[in-house]
Design a protein around this ligand. Structure first.
Ligand code: PLP
Length: 359
């Protein structure tokens, strides 16, 4: 009875996780209370946080010299928190402009220091990532920030930038846990939870502890990585229900075979949809094949007057949230980890049928 939900976030959650949460909602661990009603200082809740952290460490093979933090305010709060924590005495930061989210991150950072845009995909309308050889890197920068997957534009890096001594900071909101990565290549990884992790509002940070000690004096304690790490993400009352749900998602991912299994599934799902779009003269994807996202696939119809009908009929077929972002228009199918392959098959069948009737 569940619909296929292609929303870009808040996004589809694994059905098994929701079923478990529902079953435990009134009576968690036989305690006669919900997990959201227990003290965050109680040993049983501390175990929830510790297990969530350990499971994420296992899934991503996070080395010991990195702290894992659960914070609030989503990825957007991190746009400010990152410069506040990492700038130190450096005053300069490098940002790569590959689309809407990297722009938002760099605009916020500019409140705290000097932002240098090392490269921009603007000249090709955000459909291609500029070659790294063309980036104007600043060796004095406190860090280099990039967005491995641009959720709105559907542009994804298939490679990790090499920045030498300059710490690499990545907004992995829409790509974390979708394929294996080598955490040791990064100074800091952050991800809003509402795509591949859990409920919106929660944000996960993986930060190299050697970067602690660079916070600007204005940094609020609740945004100070070192202080949050010292308190095991419980400097104040944490978003306990969101952390519990994230923990269930991490356990679900382990049961599915971990991130390597997700990579195989995600590649298969994305390639199926791209192949279908490419062979059709009715649908079109604007992104260069070298950087097409596995997670967010934007596409347009040959005639945008048909957009509304396409969406209404899709919804009647239990295919939800296919409308593209208002900034780019058209359609977008988000294929995060919890989207089963059958959802992509059902979408392609629907698209074929629509093209036959209306194309
Ligand atoms: N960064 C990326 C890549 C995103 O897709 C989003 C969208 O949700 C955000 C940041 C903003 O996240 P939040 O709404 O959690 O602040």
């Amino acid at each position: 009875s569940r619909a296929f939900n292609f929303c870009s976030g808040p996004a589809s959650m694994p059905e098994a996780v929701l079923a478990q949460a529902q079953q435990e909602l009134l009576d968690w661990q036989g305690r006669g209370v919900s997990v959201m009603e227990v003290s965050h200082r109680s040993p049983e809740f501390v175990t929830v946080v510790e297990e969530a952290e350990q499971d994420l460490r296992d899934l991503m093979a996070i080395p010991d010299e990195y702290a894992v933090l659960f914070m609030q305010g989503g990825a957007t709060a991190q746009f400010a928190t990152i410069p506040m924590n990492l700038l130190g005495s450096k005053q300069q930061m490098d940002y790569v402009d590959t689309g809407v989210w990297s722009q938002k991150a760099s605009k916020e950072a500019a409140r705290y220091g000097e932002v240098n845009i090392v490269a921009s995909a603007k000249e090709n309308n955000y459909s291609k990532i500029p070659e790294m050889a063309e980036w104007r890197l600043n060796p004095q920068a406190a860090y280099l920030h990039y967005t491995p997957n641009e959720t709105i534009n559907g542009v994804e890096f298939a490679w990790v930038p090499e920045t030498g001594e300059v710490p690499l900071v990545a907004d992995m909101s829409s790509s974390i846990l979708s394929r294996p990565i080598d955490v040791s290549q990064f100074g800091l990884i952050y991800a809003g939870a509402q795509k591949n992790i859990g409920p919106a509002g929660l944000v996960v940070i993986i930060v190299k502890k050697s970067l602690f000690g660079n916070a600007l004096p204005i940094t609020p304690s609740i945004m100070n990585y070192e202080q949050v790490a010292k308190q095991q993400s419980m400097l104040n009352t944490p978003p306990s229900f969101a952390i519990y749900l994230a923990g269930l998602v991490f356990k679900w991912l382990k049961q599915q075979g971990g991130v390597a299994a997700m990579e195989a599934l995600n590649q298969r799902k994305a390639e199926k949809l791209y192949q279908f779009i490419d062979q059709s003269s009715f649908y079109q994807n604007p992104v260069d094949v070298s950087c097409r996202s596995w997670m967010n696939i934007p596409f347009t119809l040959a005639d945008d007057k048909l957009d509304k009908q396409f969406l209404v009929e899709a919804e009647a077929n239990q295919l939800l949230n296919l409308k593209g972002h208002r900034l780019v228009g058209g359609m977008r199918a988000s294929l995060y980890n919890a989207i089963p392959e059958q959802a992509v098959d059902a979408l392609i069948e629907y698209m074929k049928d629509f093209e036959q009737r209306c194309g």
